[in-house]
Design a protein. Structure first.
Length: 67
């Protein structure tokens, strides 16, 4: 019976800490976009790499695509 005097407040404190951590993760945006990273893996970035590899002209504009 004496162990309950220690375990009940301890379990309430642990539940409170878990609730605070969950609230903080919700407020900081951890669960905003759950599917975006999964789709980002599947996207092909060849066009973005090709455009980044070609330097802009003297006016600072990217070169026009031929096709």
């Amino acid at each position: 019976m004496e162990s309950l005097y220690l375990l009940v407040p301890l379990s309430v404190a642990v539940v409170f800490l878990i609730a605070v951590a969950f609230w903080w993760s919700l407020r900081s945006g951890q669960f905003d976009d759950l599917e975006g990273p999964a789709y980002r893996i599947l996207m092909d970035d060849d066009k973005a790499k090709k455009k980044a590899a070609t330097p802009p002209d003297a006016a600072g504009l990217p070169p026009a695509e031929a096709g």
